[in-house]
Design a protein around this ligand. Structure first.
Ligand code: MG
Length: 250
């Protein structure tokens, strides 16, 4: 707990529903994305005899926090490699910036299937406590891979409502920080946002839930920082969701 003493932590079972972001809240998906980038670029650099070889620092210097294609272009530029931008519709086998970006997604799916992913134990404990209390839960993720990640983590069946990147695209919902995806989740659950809680680890996600008027916005600090999450609209910030598992169910 970073901002409030334990005694003041809210009881999430008192809310009509709890809506969870996925990547970084329920599953440590960032590690998998890092792994997928590394696998793909190690292969590509070997094939094209690019030096120096890919290193994990490249992820932080060129890829982290950037849109996928911009990251590919930046990393290649750091090795003095210029290739055509191409088109987002490019096949993953095509040697363009977009094709290579799409290849990363293919590798991500393969890595996910080969290695699986385990949900954060603290997040599972909170889901168990909410389930025991009969509080409905939903996933609200920007990712088009959300279903695959939930399957790999073995927790898809826990969520009667999943708002993911595919649904957002289909229904033309603007992405976080706009409130639309969280509001869609509440609507599908049939609950009032003001009587529900939302849990997020990203600044844009916290801002989205806050703009949606959720009764409680929980920030999970996986690196964004408690102060910045609070400034974005989080009512409380925790380091791990286990902190929100009530004494009765602990
Ligand atoms: Mg997230």
């Amino acid at each position: 707990m970073t901002s409030l003493p334990d005694a003041t932590l809210p009881d999430l079972t008192r809310y009509d529903a709890v809506l969870f972001d996925l990547d970084g809240v329920l599953t440590p998906t960032a590690d998998l994305h890092m792994h997928a980038w590394r696998t793909m670029f190690e292969q590509l650099f070997a094939q094209w005899e690019i030096e120096p070889p890919y290193a994990d620092q490249d992820y932080f210097d060129h890829l982290d926090g950037k849109k996928r294609y911009d990251g590919v272009a930046a990393l290649l530029r750091s090795r003095d490699v210029e290739i055509p931008w191409g088109d987002p519709a490019d096949d993953p086998s095509v040697d363009t910036v977009c094709g290579i970006g799409n290849r990363k997604n293919t590798v991500f799916s393969a890595v996910l299937e080969a290695e699986g992913i385990a949900a954060y134990p603290g997040s599972l404990a909170l889901l168990d406590a909410l389930d025991a209390a009969g509080v409905p839960v939903a996933v609200v993720s920007s990712s088009k891979n959300a279903g695959d990640v939930l399957d790999a983590a073995g927790i898809r069946g826990r969520f009667p409502v999943i708002v993911d990147g595919l649904l957002a695209e289909r229904d033309h919902l603007p992405s976080k920080p706009a409130p639309d995806v969280f509001l869609a989740g509440a609507r599908l659950l049939g609950v009032s946002p003001a009587r529900s809680a939302a849990v997020e680890d990203a600044l844009s996600g916290v801002a989205s839930a806050a703009a949606g008027g959720f009764g409680l916005v929980v920030g999970v600090d996986r690196g964004a920082g408690a102060a910045t999450l609070a400034a974005a609209g989080a009512h409380i910030v925790v380091d791990d969701l286990a902190e929100l598992v009530g004494p009765a169910s602990r």
